[in-house]
Every structure is written in structure tokens, then in C-alpha cells.
Design a protein around this ligand. Structure first.
Ligand SMILES: [Zn+2]
Length: 402
């Protein structure tokens, strides 16, 4: 075909809603077009590129003795109810009913499907191991689709599922996939790190995410400059940051009119952020969860979920939920509060090592000064856990490097 006939509708201007460079270039170069939020059509050059990437993935999966299959995108609710994930998956799952009012979902992943398939076929260890994969569209109703193809609602996934006789076989299959992914990323010319990650709704004991290191993206990772430790920031285990011991001052209330953020309070009272504590309130499994970290730290939502043994990802609590458990938004601290059936308090380990810090007085326009957590919190009643995000000031949990 003549190049002049090639359908490549280029754009002179950068589309105003394209927020990352990759998306801008693929739109401008006529590789793809946005159909709706988080949904894209691939044009000839874009689709050619995808097919080339798929070819690399296929070659490496086949080389690792995985076999390609194709399962339906549409999945019956029953198999998800059997696994208990119909509810656990939450709002991210696209659900539909057929004309007989039977429930279905558009597959966000295929563990239920493949297990249903394989359990009826494999009845002897002699048939194992087997590793089956497919390359297919997946659907996730993202709260905020963004970064072009990086967080879209319909996307192409290669998913492989291995079945082994025992734990040792599993390890072998895992290693074989780990090596295949390493070859795929190398052949695609990407700078990457296999990163320890939270397995989330997929479950399992160990998870690596293969992450391309890039300026634009939607996941933060920490990695060590000395050893090969690398982790998603959600799973990176921060150590306890201690503060120099001080004589305990008297707890007292100060007026802080309209200062409902810890930054505003710090400024008003001339306190550095590490001498303050801040509160973030979540809703998890219908329970209101108060999370407390130092003012200069950020809350790790995944760690909060684990701390309360939550089955779903934390959502921000609504004003109604705050009111229900008697919290005053913007002026919250654990001082004087107790946990109940519907209310949990989770305090970061490093907060317990602070002295004479400032935090909410649990009434409007007021804060406590000289909070000493070990003295002023109901320490028998609260949950203390590492719930802050690891930062570049932390040391490597494996080797102590930076
Ligand atoms: Zn290290």
C-alpha cells in the first residue's frame, strides 16, 4: 500500500485534556483517538504497534511453555460469588444484567473463570503443571481514568494462570514467569524494576509488579541505591522515626479559628510539621477508621486497610459518617476518643515516638498543644501500626542503604 494512502490523522495542537506526554504524542501522531473518558480507539499505526508488542509477549510466553487460550469477557456472577469476590471487588467491577435478569460482569481479571474451567478438566497430578494465558480486553470502572492508556477503563491485558502439584512447583512456575517478564521488558527496551507489591484483590502471598521507571506515571516506588530492594510505595515498610525525648508539658487547648488543615495550624502556632499530628478519616467495610500520622508524613491507605483487616480499599469518610461517630472535620485527634463497633483508631508507630505535639481538640476551631501520645491516647484501646508512606529519607529495610 502507498504511504500516501495510510490513514494517519495527525494533530497540530496538543489536545487540552491529554495529561501525559505519551498520550499527547500518540494522539498527535494519529496512533489513537479518545472515544470517551478512559476509552480509546487504536488507528492503523497504534494497532500495528500493539500487535508488535503482543508478538514479543506471545513469543516469550510460548518460550516459557505457557499455552494461549481465549476465555469470554462476559462472566457469570455465580463464579464470583463462589469465590467471595463479587462484593469484594467493589465499584471497580463493571456489572450488567442480561434480559432474564441474570447478573454478569465484564472481566476485570480471570481467576474465577480459569479455575472453573480447569477444575473440571484436570483430575490427576500427571496433567500438571499447566500454564494457560490469554491476551484480551479487560474492564475496570476506574474512579478517575487518567494518563491516557495507563489508567483506562478498557485495556488489553496478558494474563497467565499456572497450576502446579505443590508449593515447589508454584515457585518454579513463578520463576519462569519472572524470567519471561524480564525478557519481555528488555526486548521492549524499557528501564524497569521488579517491585514488591501489595497483591490487592488478586490475593496471594507474594507479588511483583514489573514497573517501567518513568517521569510520568501513576504509581510511586521506592528502591535502594545499594541493594536490589524495590517496593511499591504502598508496601514499602517504613521504620520507626524517633524524636528526641522531651519533658512532657501540660496538655492544653488553644483557639485555632478556621485552621482546619495541619499546615494552617502549624503556620498559626509557628510549629514545624513534625511537631504536629494529622488525622485522615476513612470508611472501610462500613466502619469509620481514624488514621493518625505525623504532620510531615502521608497516610498509606493500603497499610490502614491491613491494620483493620479490611476486605475493601479505604474510601474517604463522608461528612455524615464523621458526624455519626462524633468527629469534627479538621479538628480531630485520638485524645479522649475510644474505639467502638463502628469506629476504629489507627495510629502510626512514629506518632507514638513524638513529644509535645499539636493535634485537633475534637471541637471546632480548637487544637491541643503538648499532646504526648503515650500519655494522652487510650493506648490500650488503639491500633498502633506502620501506616505512613515510606519516604526518600527512610533507610532501606533490607540493607540500611538509602
Ligand atoms: Zn538496600
Amino acid at each position: 500500500m502507498l504511504a500516501t494512502k495510510l490513514y494517519v490523522p495527525t494533530l497540530r495542537e496538543v489536545p487540552s485534556d491529554a495529561d501525559v506526554v505519551s498520550q499527547q504524542l500518540m494522539l498527535r501522531a494519529g496512533f489513537m483517538r479518545k472515544t470517551a473518558n478512559g476509552l480509546y480507539s487504536f488507528l492503523p499505526l497504534g494497532w500495528r504497534s500493539i500487535k508488535k508488542i503482543e508478538a514479543i509477549v506471545r513469543e516469550e510466553m510460548d518460550r516459557a511453555s505457557a499455552q494461549e487460550i481465549m476465555m469470554p469477557i462476559l462472566q457469570p456472577a455465580e463464579i464470583w460469588k463462589e469465590s467471595g469476590r463479587w462484593n469484594a471487588y467493589g465499584a471497580e467491577m463493571m456489572r450488567i444484567n442480561d434480559r432474564h435478569d441474570n447478573e454478569f460482569c465484564l472481566g476485570p481479571t480471570h481467576e474465577e473463570m480459569i479455575t472453573t474451567l480447569v477444575k473440571n478438566e484436570i483430575n490427576s497430578y500427571r496433567q500438571l503443571p499447566v500454564n494457560l494465558y490469554q491476551i484480551q480486553s479487560k474492564f475496570r470502572d476506574e474512579r478517575r481514568p487518567r494518563y491516557g492508556l495507563m489508567r483506562s477503563r478498557e485495556f488489553i491485558m496478558k494474563d497467565a494462570y499456572s497450576f502446579d502439584v505443590d508449593e515447589a512447583g508454584l515457585e518454579e512456575s513463578y520463576k519462569s514467569m519472572y524470567d519471561a517478564y524480564t525478557r519481555i521488558f528488555n526486548r521492549c527496551g524499557l528501564t524497569f524494576r521488579p517491585v514488591e507489591a501489595d497483591s490487592g484483590a488478586i490475593g496471594g502471598s507474594g507479588t511483583h509488579e514489573f514497573m517501567a521507571i518513568a517521569e510520568a506515571g501513576e504509581a510511586d516506588i521506592v528502591y535502594c541505591t545499594k541493594c536490589d530492594y524495590a517496593a511499591n510505595i504502598e508496601i514499602g515498610k517504613p521504620g520507626i522515626m524517633k524524636q528526641a525525648e522531651e519533658a512532657l508539658q501540660k496538655l492544653s487547648v488553644v483557639d485555632t479559628p478556621n485552621a482546619s488543615s495541619i499546615e494552617a495550624v502549624g503556620e498559626m502556632l509557628n510549629l514545624p510539621l513534625h511537631k504536629t499530628i494529622k488525622a485522615v478519616v476513612f470508611s472501610i467495610d462500613g466502619k469509620v477508621v481514624l488514621a493518625i500520622v505525623r504532620g510531615d508524613h502521608e497516610v498509606n491507605e493500603v497499610a490502614v486497610q491491613h491494620a483493620v483487616l479490611g476486605s475493601v480499599e479505604p474510601e474517604m469518610a463522608t461528612p455524615e459518617e464523621l458526624e455519626k461517630v462524633g468527629l469534627t472535620a479538621g479538628f480531630i485527634s485520638p485524645v479522649g476518643l475510644e474505639q467502638t463497633e463502628e469506629f476504629a483508631i489507627v495510629v502510626d508507630e512514629s506518632v507514638m515516638e513524638t513529644y509535645n505535639v499539636c493535634g485537633g481538640a475534637n471541637k471546632k476551631d480548637a487544637h491541643y498543644i503538648n499532646i504526648n501520645p503515650k500519655r494522652d491516647f487510650n493506648v490500650e484501646d488503639i491500633i498502633v501500626a506502620p501506616i505512613r508512606l515510606i519516604t526518600k529519607d527512610d533507610v532501606c529495610p533490607t540493607c540500611g542503604g538509602s
